[in-house]
Design a protein around this ligand. Structure first.
Ligand SMILES: NC(=O)C1=CN([C@@H]2O[C@H](COP(=O)(O)OP(=O)(O)OC[C@H]3O[C@@H](n4cnc5c(N)ncnc54)[C@H](O)[C@@H]3O)[C@@H](O)[C@H]2O)C=CC1
Ligand SMILES: O=C([O-])CC(=O)C(=O)O
Length: 345
């Protein structure tokens, strides 16, 4: 029999934990039912991302789809004792069932790079995969928020937009290119150079998601640090080449999967919080935009009940960043136009 004093302290520990979770938007009893779908769930990103989404208390239904291998991943993840129910779907015949009723669809389906390749070299295979998956999304869950991870993001997001436009389901508020890994890297590399605890670091990253189109704004990084210009240049280059650093280290065995799963889970969590009405959820993402003359652009975005609540401006840029912005525009525009052209062929 528990003593009353022990019961009181247990009760206050539980309420401290619940109010802490509620403050972070995680009050599991009161949050609505949310279905999250992972397309490409048996892949290098898909598997750890599925696990991380299983750990998210905002998710009530987790739907794992791939062309092969999903029954095993779903059975495995389903044993984790968290809130969501897990279901695995395999092959095109089950895609509709996988998608029905989705609130958020995360897409890490497609081939990854090998050393010596650019992200654009993935276009020929991944463009077709994304086109067919988005066609299914427009049919089975046209109001879901779509988190596009498949590369080249600078082209796959415009492809998705065109597919949705053709189907009459396009809403620019609901389509996101996931650029969170660029932010994750910029924060990590900056904390190392600035010698500050990484947990408190913020660095916006704008532009797109390939090479020089990735533009971290270290002039806006917090906490402030007086880094020399050559350090900023090196940090910028390392952030832009972060993907290649991993591709080379994996030496033919693919690209970033674990850090990407982490980044994808962070972004999906932000989307869910926005849907649930948590205020002031801001993340960088590649979205339809008019902050520059380009039709799609990554910048800070406020997330809400309809997806994108507001695309935020770029803020003040250093001369170095202004130059980087001008330099990235032709490449980013060409990738966007390539995606639009492909989708309309
Ligand atoms: N946005 C970002 O920051 C990042 C994007 N990526 C990209 O994510 C994609 C996936 O990378 P990995 O997981 O490493 O590749 P992977 O090859 O390990 O996994 C891809 C999965 O997609 C599945 N797939 C292929 N066609 C499909 C279809 N039609 N429907 C459903 N699933 C399908 C495959 O069966 C496989 O399980 C790549 O395009 C990669 O470049 C990777 C890292 C970061
Ligand atoms: O570099 C790649 O091919 C994968 C990717 O997008 C990243 O790691 O940022």
């Amino acid at each position: 029999m528990m003593k009353p004093s022990m019961l009181r302290s247990l009760h206050s520990a539980v309420s401290r934990r619940s109010s802490h979770l509620a403050r972070r938007g995680y009050s599991s009893e009161s949050t609505p039912e949310r279905k999250v779908v992972v397309l490409g769930a048996a892949g290098g990103i898909g598997q750890p991302l599925s696990l991380l989404m299983k750990l998210n208390p905002l998710v009530t239904s987790l739907s794992l789809y791939d062309i092969a291998g999903t029954p095993g991943v779903a059975a495995d993840v389903s044993h984790v004792n968290t809130r969501s129910e897990v279901a695995g779907y395999q092959g095109e015949g089950e895609l509709g069932k996988a998608l029905e009723g989705a609130d958020v669809v995360i897409i890490p389906a497609g081939v990854p790079r090998k050393p010596g390749m650019t992200r654009d070299d993935l276009f020929n295979i991944n463009a077709g995969i994304v086109k067919s998956l988005c066609t299914a999304i427009s049919k089975y869950c046209p109001t879901a928020l779509v988190n596009m991870i498949s590369n080249p993001v600078n082209s796959t997001v415009p492809i998705a937009a065109e597919v949705f436009k053709k189907a009459g389901t396009y809403d620019e508020k609901r389509l996101f290119g996931v650029t969170t890994l660029d932010v994750v890297r910029a924060k990590t590399f900056y904390a190392g150079k600035a010698n500050v605890p990484v947990a408190g670091v913020n660095v916006p990253v704008i532009g797109g998601h390939a090479g020089i189109t990735i533009l971290p704004l270290f002039s806006q990084a917090t906490p402030k640090a007086n880094l020399d210009h050559d350090v900023i240049v090196a940090l910028t280059k390392r952030t832009q080449d972060g993907g290649t650093e991993v591709v080379e280290a994996k030496a033919g065995k693919g690209s970033a999967t674990l850090s990407m799963a982490y980044a994808g889970a962070l972004f999906a969590d932000a989307c869910l919080k926005g849907l649930n009405g948590v205020p002031d959820v801001v993340e960088c993402s590649f979205v339809q935009s008019n902050v520059t003359e380009l039709p799609f652009f990554a910048s800070k975005v406020r997330l809400g009940k309809n997806g994108v609540e507001e695309v935020l401006g770029l803020g003040a840029l250093s001369d170095y960043e202004k130059q980087g912005l001008e330099n990235l525009k032709p490449e980013l525009l060409a990738s966007i136009e390539k995606g639009i052209k492909f989708a309309n062929q």
